[in-house]
Ligand binder design. Structure first.
Ligand code: AMP
Length: 419
């Protein structure tokens, strides 16, 4: 199926093309027509399945139908999600898919000064992506009114309940208009979630897609415990192995992507970086060079790597462990396509161990630890990260177990599958 056959309007189709999405994912194929018809939706799907586009695309389309730009814009769609990382990702998706629609969106979340967020709200927005605490806070301060919301999305509902947001959600529901379209997404459907869904949705259509974690079983996964400052040397060392024909290396930041590409290029390994600060032409060139193997290593941020589909990618390397477990699954899913063998390697410093635990929980297996390498983790209790760089958890303070407590082998030796 093509996006065109989902009756998506041209400005959005154009943006989808620019994102280099070729075909809709199963959740998109099923959900987009339901949402465009104006029906409520109960979606059982997790991050990594393309769920965000499954609701963002039709919401943008529905809101585009009757734009009212003569007056100050009002919040016509509200998306509530449990974590700031998810909120930021969803906000970026709305910006990307909606870039030719003229609709305006903004993201609000706690843990940062509110001024930038409130001035963006005061300018008027059509779409608001929010975490529950900051949303209620700014509503109480009079910066947000929900009385014009036409489409409400509750994302990651199970995680929302796990994180204790049920009362916040109930308070939100009290002020949302009764006549509205509601979309409810959850990775799991325990009784408490089904009950909550029934209080929000009206005659919903149901869509269920396979969990993303089930797609990674064929990929061999390894983790190297190392110090932050040794990651470059470790990467260069690993890339000496000629069995790695092509490697997609993920970094957390754009700056990091450039830096890593520079470091490995200096070692005569052909590499380039792609990220949002590069022009579309430069990104396209890097991608083409990588696809035809003119360069061997492509260093990318998650955002820039969206939509990248590369056949015969032999290795994905997580230079940093993603703080959202599903992002890991999505990253490593770039290798091992269509049943082909693939390898995923992750570098884990002491501050990232909690993220690794979350990943192992999501994929329900332990990742093989590689022991005999030249750059082992020595600094088990590094300085905490500066506040703005931290994810939700304050992992910098956690006292990690020594790396040597796990069984380890070099990955291209004969690794044990589990520890
Ligand atoms: P999500 O489940 O919404 O977090 O999406 C996971 C990733 O899939 C994101 O990086 C999206 O950019 C990407 N994605 C979403 N839809 C498509 C598609 N139709 N084709 C390729 N990539 C997609």
């Amino acid at each position: 199926m093509q996006f065109q056959s989902l009756n998506i309007i041209d400005p959005i189709l154009k943006a989808i093309k620019e994102e280099e999405y070729e075909t809709p994912t199963p959740i998109q194929e099923q959900s987009i027509p339901i949402i465009l018809k104006g029906n409520d939706l109960l979606g059982c799907a997790q991050t990594g399945t393309g769920k965000t586009a499954a609701f963002a695309i039709p919401i943008l389309q529905l809101l585009s139908r009757n734009k009212t730009y003569d007056k100050k814009r009002k919040v016509r769609s509200l998306i509530v999600t449990p974590t700031r990382e998810l909120a930021i990702q969803i906000g970026e998706s709305f910006k990307a898919y909606g870039r030719h629609t003229g609709l305006r969106s903004t993201v609000i979340f706690g843990g940062v000064n509110q001024n930038k967020q409130t001035s963006s709200l005061q300018g008027g927005v059509d779409i608001l992506v929010a975490t529950p605490g900051r949303l209620l806070d700014l509503m109480n301060q009079g910066f947000i009114s929900l009385c014009d919301v036409e489409i409400f999305v509750l994302d990651e509902a199970d995680r929302m309940l796990d994180m204790g947001f049920i009362h916040d959600v109930k308070r939100m529901l009290q002020v949302l208009p009764k006549r509205r379209q509601s979309l409810f997404f959850s990775a799991t459907m325990p009784p408490a979630i089904v009950k909550l869904a029934s209080t929000i949705l009206y005659k919903p259509s149901e869509v269920t897609v396979a969990p993303v974690s089930s797609t990674v079983d064929i990929i061999e996964q390894f983790v190297y415990y190392t110090d932050k400052g040794k990651k470059n040397a470790l990467l260069v060392d690993i890339l000496k192995d000629e069995k790695i024909k092509t490697a997609l290396v993920f970094t957390r930041t754009k700056y990091g992507a450039d830096k890593v590409a520079r470091v490995i290029s200096k070692q005569n390994i052909k590499a380039d970086a792609i990220h949002g600060n590069k022009s579309q032409n430069a990104r396209q060139r890097a991608l083409t060079d990588f696809k035809d193997q003119t360069i061997r290593v492509l260093v990318a941020t998650d955002i820039a790597a969206r939509g990248i589909d590369i056949d015969d990618l032999s290795c994905v390397i997580n230079y940093e462990i993603p703080n959202i477990a599903e992002t890991y699954v999505h990253r490593i899913g770039r290798t091992g396509r269509a049943g082909a063998e693939g390898t995923a390697i992750s570098f884990c410093d002491a501050t990232e161990k909690e993220y690794l635990k979350d990943i192992e929980k999501l994929i329900s297996k332990s990742i093989t630890v590689v022991e005999d390498h030249a750059f082992p983790l020595m600094d088990h209790n590094p300085e905490p990260k500066p506040k703005q760089q931290q994810g939700k958890r304050n992992v910098g303070h956690a006292r990690p177990k020594p790396a040597g407590s796990n069984k380890q082998k070099k990955w291209y030796g004969k690794p044990k599958k589990s520890r």
